[in-house]
Structure formats: structure tokens, C-alpha cells
Design a protein around this ligand. Structure first.
Ligand code: BT5
Length: 246
């Protein structure tokens, strides 16, 4: 039985003080519909707004899918950013930031499945949802499973830091680490793209890619091109769900 002691609340004041020097303005809400929607509704504010929800009642995935997480079991938050020049890379580099933070502080090896899923032991521990409420503004939402139990996850392809044996499950520490890594990738996107290409384990593999229109393609993922697209047997894909076949 998980109690409040196992899943302590985030410490908003401490986070605000720690993250302000890096340009982040953090707000922690007990409950929200979807943090992506809340941040998008405040798109006229300066970049750097971060809204974290201890619980989301209608967390969103890509293509209108849902993101489910019990209260305080994970991190669910969204960040307001100026749209970078190479916007196609933004969700990929956000995934890189999470994978880097998890590898650094959890003593786990996190892999990146194109475009932006973070996997540990082959299971998805993090998803990223990017949107653009106006051409100059981007919202990136991150869902990271921390203490989530197997029976709280949607299926056996999902995992959490606790299930993977993470050395820490302190969500304050994790949030700070992810935002620090996000700042690093945003400050030097060229280096981050190189890092992403090194860490993305979809490349060089036989993959199945399920496209947004329902079509399914199987082939070898050759590389991630300059637009952040996955090239499978010579054809570049902008979006899709990748399954690693072997
Ligand atoms: C994603 O979509 O993975 C993007 C998830 C983004 C969630 C964050 S939370 C903060 C912010 N506010 C929001 O409303 N959203 C963002 P996609 O690749 O489409 O994956 C969605 C699929 O992952 C679902 O259809 C489920 O199968 C699965 N899923 C749902 N909840 C999950 C979880 N907690 N862990 C792992 N997989 C999950």
C-alpha cells in the first residue's frame, strides 16, 4: 500500500528558488486537466513558465491518446519556450534531456526510441508531447513515471523508475535535473543533436513504424536526418510510433 510518505508532495518554494537562476518560473498545482493545455492558454507570457501538476485528470498523449498517472507517482509538467529555429527537433531534444537526467542521477541506462520516448529496460518511462499555440511559441509536456507500480501502468510496455531499480525517486531532484538538462540542450542544439543521434537506439535497427494515417512500414532505420525525421529504407518520416523489432 502506497501512502503519502511514499509519494511526498513537490516542494514548490524550494523548486522555485532553485530553478529561478536558470530562467524557469515554476508553479505546482495539486490538480489540473492537462498541463499542456494550461501552459498553452498562457502562451503570451514570457518563455520559462513551468506548470507541474501533482495529478492530471485528462493528461494527453500524441494523436489524442491519453497519459495516465496516479497522484504524485510521477512528474507531469509542461514548459513554455520560444519556438526554436529547428522546431522539428524540439520534442527529440526534450527526450534527450530526460534520458540524460535519468542516466545521470538514477544510475540507470535510459535509451531513446525515436522520436521522443525514453525507455529503461525496454519499457517506456517517459513520453513527450509538443505543441505550438502560436508560430513563435512552443509548449513541451513531459510525463515521467517515478514510483508508479505495474498495476498502475496502462500496459506491459510501460515502466517506471522504481520498477527499474532507480537509485533515487526524489521528484524534486528529478525535476531539477530534467530542467537543467533541458536548458543545456536548448543552449547548444548542435551538440544536443549529435548526442541524440548517438543515443537513439532506433537507428541501425529493424523497426516497424505505425504512421499517423494508419499505414504500417517495416524496414531498417538508417538515420535521423537534419530535420529530426527518421529515415527508414530511404524514406524520411516526420511522425509515427516505432516498434523495435530486433
Ligand atoms: C506520449 O504520447 O507519450 C506523450 C505523453 C505526454 C504526457 C505529458 S504529462 C504533462 C503534459 N500534459 C499532458 O496532458 N501531456 C503531457 P504517446 O506517444 O501518444 O503515448 C501515449 C500512449 O502511451 C498511450 O496511448 C498509452 O498506451 C501509453 N501511456 C499512457 N500513460 C502512460 C504512462 N504513464 N507510462 C507509459 N505509457 C503510458
Amino acid at each position: 500500500m502506497y501512502t503519502d510518505l511514499d509519494r511526498p508532495a513537490l516542494r514548490e518554494r524550494v523548486l522555485q528558488r532553485a530553478l529561478a537562476p536558470d530562467g524557469w518560473r515554476v508553479e505546482v498545482l495539486a490538480e489540473a486537466t492537462s498541463t499542456n493545455a494550461l501552459v498553452a492558454a498562457r502562451a503570451d507570457e514570457p518563455a520559462g513558465l513551468v506548470i507541474v501538476a501533482e495529478h492530471q485528470s485528462s493528461g494527453r498523449g500524441r494523436l489524442d491518446r491519453s497519459w495516465v498517472s496516479p497522484p504524485r507517482a510521477g512528474l507531469t509538467f509542461s514548459v513554455l519556450l520560444a519556438m526554436p529555429d529547428d522546431s522539428g527537433w524540439l520534442p527529440l531534444l526534450t527526450g534527450l534531456a530526460v534520458a540524460t537526467a535519468v542516466t545521470e542521477i538514477c544510475q540507470l541506462t535510459a535509451e531513446l526510441k525515436w522520436p521522443n520516448d525514453v525507455l529503461v529496460d525496454g519499457r517506456k518511462i517517459c513520453g513527450v508531447l509538443a505543441s505550438s499555440p502560436s508560430p513563435a511559441v512552443a509548449v513541451v509536456g513531459i510525463g515521467l513515471n517515478v514510483t508508479t507500480r505495474a498495476d498502475e501502468l496502462p500496459d506491459e510496455r510501460a515502466g517506471s523508475l522504481t520498477l527499474a531499480g532507480s537509485s533515487t525517486t526524489d521528484r524534486d531532484t528529478l525535476l531539477r535535473a530534467v530542467l537543467r538538462c533541458l536548458r543545456t540542450v536548448l543552449d547548444d542544439p548542435a551538440a544536443a543533436k549529435e548526442q541524440y543521434r548517438k543515443r537513439c537506439t532506433s537507428v541501425g535497427r529493424q523497426v516497424r513504424i505505425e504512421l499517423p494515417d494508419g499505414a504500417v512500414v517495416t524496414g531498417v532505420a538508417e538515420r535521423v536526418d537534419d530535420g529530426g525525421r527518421l529515415v527508414v529504407d530511404g524514406i524520411a518520416y516526420t511522425a509515427g510510433d516505432v516498434v523495435h523489432l530486433r
